[in-house]
Design a protein around this ligand. Structure first.
Ligand code: SF4
Ligand code: SF4
Length: 69
């Protein structure tokens, strides 16, 4: 099961989650745009995620769902 699920159509590219991640695993995807015209967030190394959910708590648009380990 994936630790992280992104509802990328809701992402507005604000990067609050990027700054919140203590492992620095999140980044905006420079090569893609969502329906709103923003570069949506993605994860660089999902295996390194510690499921702290800081990113999900920080996101104002409920884009990120974190599964427990
Ligand atoms: S759950 Fe924690 S470690 Fe995993 S991507 Fe979110 S902030 Fe980073
Ligand atoms: S997932 Fe949420 S906090 Fe992260 S860039 Fe998108 S809207 Fe902002």
């Amino acid at each position: 099961m994936n630790k992280l699920t992104f509802n990328t159509s809701l992402c507005k590219g604000c990067a609050l989650c990027v700054d919140a991640c203590p492992k620095k695993l999140l980044r905006l995807s420079p090569g893609s745009l969502n329906e709103k015209g923003y570069h949506p967030v993605g994860v660089t190394d999902e295996d390194a995620c510690i499921s702290c959910a800081f990113c999900a708590v920080m996101c104002p648009d409920c884009v990120i769902t974190v599964a427990k380990k």
